[in-house]
Design a protein around this ligand. Structure first.
Ligand code: URA
Length: 412
C-alpha cells in the first residue's frame, strides 16, 4: 500500500477503508511508517474528520495493536475505570482510582496518558513521585491488580502501543482537538483494560479540547457508541472546564493537592466531581465514599499503589520540597471585588510554557513548575490579596507568567 496516497485520500476528504486504516496503524506501530507521515495523516484527520465507521475501525486497529489485560477471577469483581477528555488542573484520576479500589467489589486497571496539548496528564503527575514506575508489564499489572485491586499505568509497547506513539505525536503537532482521534485514543486504551463499566468525563469550555457543550456531546456520544459496540457499559458525564479544577496546575503541585483530597481536605469542586464519577461506577453510597476520603482509607490505598509501583511513599508528604521551583512569585489583586473569571486556557498555556508540558516529543518535564493557590470564581478578594502563586524556573519566565495570568483573572 502506498502511504502518501492514503494521506492524500484523507487530505481530500475521502473515507478510508478498514483495510487501509489497519495498514496505517500496523505500519506506524511497527515503525515502518515514520512519524512525519503519521503527523501528516493526523493533520488530515484533524481537518477532514472521519465517518463513524472509520472512527470505529481506527479504534479497533489501535486496540489490536497490542494486548489486553484479562483478569482471572473476574465475575467476582467488576472492572471499572474513568477517563477524562482532558482539562486544566484535572487531578481527578489520582483521587478516584484509589477511592474506587477501596470498594472490594471493584478492580481498577487504570491506563492513563501524559500531558496532551495544554492539558496535564496523569502519568506525568505520577512520575513526579520519585521512583514511581508507570511502565508496567502486562504480567506485573495483573499481579498488582490481583493483590491490591488497582494499577495506575501508561500505554506500553505491549498495551495500546499505537496510542502511546500517536499520543506523543499529537501532543506536539497541534492535532489533539480532533473528535475521531480523541475517540480512538481514549477508547483503544480503555478497551484494552477489558472493563465492565467505564465513565467518561467529557469536558467543555476554554480549557478543554471541545470548546462548546455541543461539541462535547458529539464527542461523548461517539465514545459511548464505540463502548456499546464493544460490550462495555459506558456512561458519560459532561463537565465545564472554564476555570482550573481545584487550586493547582502543574505536576508535583497537583499530586500535593490530590493527596489533600485523598485525606478529606480537597477543594469542593475536585471532591464533588470525584464523588460524582465514583458513584457512577460503585454501588457504595456517596456518603460512604466521602467517608473513605475523610478517614484516610483512600489515601492508604494510594500509598499501596505508590509502594507497589516503586514510588518512594516516604517522600510524598514533602513533595513540595523534593520539587521546589527556583522562583515563587505571588500575583496580587490590584483592587477589591469578586473573582468573575479564571481563564483555564490561559492557565494551561502558561503552565505549558513554564515547563509542565512538552514543546517537542523528547522534552523533559519540569515537575516543580506551575500555579498554586489559584483563586476561584466567586471568591471575594481585597486589594493586595494573593490571587495565585507562580512556580517558575527563573525570573524571566515568572515575569511572563505573571503578566499572562493577570489577564486571565478578572476581579470585578
Ligand atoms: N485523553 C486521551 O487519552 N486521548 C485524547 O486524545 C484526549 C484525552
Amino acid at each position: 500500500m502506498h502511504i502518501p496516497s492514503l494521506i492524500e485520500k484523507k487530505r481530500d476528504g475521502k473515507d478510508l477503508t478498514e483495510l487501509e486504516i489497519n495498514k496505517l496503524v500496523k505500519g506506524f506501530t511497527s515503525g515502518e511508517i515514520p512519524r512525519y507521515q503519521m503527523s501528516a495523516f493526523a493533520m488530515a484527520v484533524y481537518f477532514k474528520g472521519m465517518s463513524s465507521d472509520e472512527t470505529t475501525a481506527l479504534t479497533r486497529a489501535m486496540l489490536e495493536s497490542g494486548k489486553s489485560l484479562h483478569f482471572s477471577g473476574k465475575g467476582k469483581r467488576i472492572a471499572v475505570d474513568k477517563h477524562s477528555t482532558g482539562g486544566i488542573g484535572d487531578k481527578v484520576s489520582l483521587v478516584l482510582a484509589p477511592l474506587l479500589a477501596c470498594d472490594t467489589n471493584l478492580i481498577v486497571p487504570m491506563i492513563s496518558g501524559r500531558g496532551l496539548g495544554i492539558t496535564g496528564g496523569t502519568l506525568d503527575k505520577l512520575e513526579s513521585i520519585p521512583g514511581f514506575n508507570v511502565n508496567l508489564s502486562k504480567e506485573n499489572a495483573l499481579r498488582q491488580i490481583e493483590a491490591i485491586g488497582v494499577v495506575m499505568m501508561g500505554q506500553t509497547v505491549d498495551i495500546a502501543p499505537a496510542d502511546k506513539k500517536l499520543y506523543e505525536l499529537r501532543d506536539v503537532t497541534a492535532t489533539v482537538a480532533s473528535e475521531p482521534l480523541i475517540v480512538a485514543s481514549i477508547m483503544s486504551k480503555k478497551l484494552a483494560e477489558s472493563l465492565d463499566k467505564l465513565v467518561l468525563d467529557v469536558k467543555f469550555g476554554s480549557g478543554a479540547f471541545m470548546k462548546t457543550e455541543t461539541q462535547a456531546r458529539s464527542l461523548g456520544e461517539a465514545m459511548q457508541s464505540v463502548g456499546k459496540l464493544m460490550g462495555v457499559e459506558t456512561h458519560v458525564k459532561y463537565n465545564p472546564m472554564d476555570q482550573p479544577l481545584g487550586q493547582t496546575v502543574g505536576n508535583a503541585l497537583e499530586v500535593n493537592e490530590a493527596i489533600a483530597a485523598l485525606k478529606g481536605e480537597g477543594h469542593a469542586d475536585l471532591v464533588d466531581i470525584t464523588l460524582d464519577l465514583a458513584a457512577t461506577l460503585s454501588s457504595t453510597p456517596r456518603q460512604k465514599l466521602r467517608q473513605w476520603l475523610c478517614e484516610g482509607k483512600a489515601y492508604e490505598k494510594f500509598l499501596e499503589v505508590v509502594d507497589y509501583q516503586g514510588g518512594k511513599s516516604d517522600q510524598l508528604e514533602d513533595l513540595s520540597q523534593v520539587h521546589k521551583a527556583r522562583v515563587q512569585r505571588d500575583l496580587r489583586a490590584e483592587h477589591s471585588g469578586v473573582v468573575t473569571n479564571v481563564d483555564a486556557q490561559v492557565a494551561g498555556q502558561v503552565t505549558l510554557e513554564l515547563g509542565c508540558g512538552r514543546q517537542q516529543a523528547e522534552d523533559r518535564i519540569d515537575f516543580s513548575a506551575g500555579l498554586s493557590g489559584i483563586s476561584k470564581i466567586g471568591d471575594t478578594i481585597q486589594a493586595g490579596d494573593t490571587l495565585l502563586t507562580i512556580h517558575a524556573p527563573d525570573d524571566t519566565s515568572a515575569d511572563t507568567a505573571c503578566r499572562q495570568m493577570s489577564t486571565a483573572i478578572r476581579v470585578e
